[in-house]
Design a protein around this ligand. Structure first.
Ligand code: SF4
Length: 379
């Protein structure tokens, strides 16, 4: 299956870019609608300037197996964020502005280099506040031969208008559903309308791309994977997230990534209820409820999670983007086996979403990296 954006005409690329520029002129790129003139360099809540700023680009081996595959996901970590969660594991770039400016030509070149490196996709992490600058680079890269599927990896706090403008550009939506209640959304992310905005956006994304579809190697080509990070003490209202999913989605249609990797990072210590780590027993119970509702997808082994998923963005900027593809994590890291029932499902897609043979062809280490808690792209 060919990447959607390869079907866009030059005129359509220009029209979409112009539409995002209009949104940025009195900024309404995200639901905060700050109204500042981003094209003139004014900054709003996200803190982003009037130019593209990127923290890091590299082949990422710690995403869900259909995203990382065997050769890594070509991940681009954009600086600044429209959510700025108090416990953000990427706080160096989302809150502190770690990164440097990239021009259109340079960014397009990097995208092509990720493809040359053998990455399975381009994975844009928290990109919305830079869309007027990202689209021209994608367009240029596409004209110069970029063919990888585009993954849009975001906090799920997106305007429906923006989701619509990305139709035919994004192949795989990878949104968070961070909260099932507006009170924690307000407290930890200052997003008082998160739940309604997020639910509308996720519905829209799903209508656009449908259930997850994989290629013969088990790599995502189209569709949606919904992520949820379980917080200690049900502080993300995970039960309400699940109620919503059960109400709206046929579990056969939706692939869920139910995450246990919470750590009290950045300003989490200021919130006593978030100062500790997630109890594995609480996570296991949450997973049981998810499975009992009929959902499947990816779980994490809360007992085995270490700190490896926390990326130091000051030291990890870019890896050499040419030459031999990296191999995955060391082969000593294997898929979790022999644990409790819910742990047995970790890292595995339901059979309905891909042939068993496709999963079998996935490099074990890719799944193991996720199981071991290495995913670092989420905000
Ligand atoms: S993208 Fe940034 S400036 Fe624009 S509305 Fe959102 S937070 Fe405000």
């Amino acid at each position: 299956m060919q990447a959607s954006y390869t079907y866009l005409s030059d005129d359509e690329w220009r029209e979409r870019t112009a539409a995002f520029e209009r949104l940025a002129r009195r900024c309404a790129l995200c639901p905060r609608r700050c109204g500042v003139d981003r094209l003139a360099g004014e900054r709003g809540f996200c803190g982003a300037p009037g130019e593209l700023v990127i923290s890091s680009l590299f082949p990422h081996h710690g995403e869900e197996p259909p995203i990382s595959g065997t050769r890594g996901s070509g991940t681009v970590f954009f600086t600044y964020c429209t959510l700025k969660c108090a416990f953000c594991q990427n706080w160096q770039l989302s809150h502190k502005g770690e990164g440097r400016p990239y021009g259109t030509e340079e960014f397009a070149h990097k995208l092509l280099a990720l493809q040359q490196r053998g990455c399975h996709n381009i994975n844009l992490v928290t990109a919305t506040h830079f869309l007027p600058w990202i689209l021209p680079a994608l367009h240029r890269a596409a004209r110069q031969g970029l063919r990888l599927p585009l993954v849009y990896n975001c906090g799920g706090y997106e305007r429906e208008e923006v989701v619509d403008l990305l139709e035919g550009i994004v192949d795989v939506w990878l949104p968070d559903m961070k909260y099932g209640d507006d009170r924690p959304a307000a407290r930890y992310s200052r997003a008082l309308d998160y739940v309604a905005v997020n639910r509308a956006a996720v519905r829209r994304m799903f209508r656009q791309v449908g259930p997850l579809r994989l290629d013969g190697e088990g790599i995502a080509r189209r569709g949606l994977i919904l992520r949820h990070l379980v917080l200690p003490g049900n502080r993300a209202a995970s039960d309400q997230v699940l109620s919503f999913l059960a109400d709206v989605f046929d579990p056969e249609d939706l692939t869920v990534s139910w995450m246990a990797q919470y750590r009290p990072l950045y300003r989490a210590g200021e919130y006593p209820e978030l100062a500790g780590r997630l109890d594995p027993a609480e996570y296991a119970q949450s997973c049981r409820t998810l499975l009992q509702a009929g959902f499947a997808g990816f779980l994490q082994d809360a007992e085995r999670l270490d700190e490896a998923f926390v990326i130091d963005f000051q030291s990890r900027k870019e890896e050499a983007l040419t030459g031999q593809p990296e191999t995955g994590p060391p082969s000593s890291t294997r898929r979790a086996k022999g644990a409790a029932h819910e742990v047995d499902t970790m890292g595995q897609l339901p059979d309905r979403a891909r042939g068993r043979s496709a999963l079998d062809r996935l490099h074990d280490a890719s799944a193991a990296a996720f199981l071991a808690g290495s995913p670092g792209s989420r905000g």
